[in-house]
Design a protein around this ligand. Structure first.
Ligand SMILES: [Zn+2]
Length: 269
């Protein structure tokens, strides 16, 4: 599943191509046809993300709420758009560009109030400038759940996925099995601040890089990572490989339904 930086980037991709333009809206697959007919020819006035949710605003008509889920894909191209295949749930099109959405978990036309209800049930998002980390801390600091599970809980903090949770805990030397209530306010502030920086960099580069300058392949004289996720990381999908810092073996275990990766030597706090 894409992490939050990918969805924020998709929001920016929509703004770049469609903002303030009268946009043709169709649903070649048919499942979104009624809503597409209402939106067709309207101007896209906003595109924003909150965690893994994407919202495309069409002036007075409402918002298209998109959640890609595990299998959803958004692809962009320049005009002329090829004939759409019948797997395209939603196509946006102008004279210059098009975007095709396939296989999302959610693609629905919603009202302002329905959109607000989604924001209300999500935790703060490190990539949303106005979001308040204290809202997340309020839940974290009262929880007997592990910090590794809390970081994956979108109601606590929105947009963090499996890569960022593993990497941010490593960067702060925090044992992923510590409970939320065992964290200090300073540790939470450090985690949040680091997520803001790492995820902004993820939006900018469109990949997740989490190693500090002294631990890049060039600095360490080691081969770059080979992984279809790209990017240089400390622990994610590096089970049984040596830790870049201590040389010990990276471990993996199932936590919050996803594989957790960590270094038991470096993460003792
Ligand atoms: Zn280590």
């Amino acid at each position: 599943m894409p992490e939050g930086h990918t969805i924020h980037r998709l929001a920016a991709d929509h703004r770049d191509r469609f903002l303030d333009q009268a946009t043709r809206v169709t649903s070649p697959q048919g499942k979104f046809s009624d809503s597409a007919a209402l939106l067709d020819g309207q101007r896209l006035t906003e595109a924003e993300a909150h965690g893994k949710h994407l919202f495309l605003g069409f002036a007075d008509t409402g918002w298209v709420h998109i959640h890609l889920g595990l299998f959803g894909k958004l692809g962009f191209g320049t005009a002329p758009a090829p004939p759409p295949t019948d797997t395209v749930r939603l196509r946006l099109r102008t004279d210059a560009a098009y975007a095709d959405l396939r296989g999302p978990t959610t693609c629905a036309l919603i009202t302002d109030a329905e959109k607000q209800a989604i924001h209300d049930r999500l935790g703060p998002d490190p990539l949303r400038h106005a979001d308040d980390p204290d809202r997340a801390w309020h839940r974290v600091s009262r929880s007997r759940t592990t910090i590794a599970a809390l970081l994956m809980d979108q109601k606590v903090i929105a947009g963090v996925g499996n890569v960022y949770r593993a990497e941010v805990l490593f960067r702060h030397g925090i044992d992923p099995y510590r409970t939320g209530r065992d964290l200090t306010p300073a540790e939470w502030t450090a985690i949040w601040t680091d997520l803001v920086a790492l995820m902004r960099e993820g939006v900018r580069l469109n990949r997740i890089d989490t190693v500090r300058p002294e631990h890049t392949p060039e600095a360490m004289g080691r081969p770059p990572r080979v992984d279809d996720h790209g990017g240089e990381v400390y622990v994610y999908r590096r089970a049984h490989q040596p830790c870049h810092i201590c040389g010990g073996e990276i471990r993996t275990a199932d936590l919050a339904a996803r594989n957790l990766f960590w270094c038991p030597t470096c993460q003792r706090r």
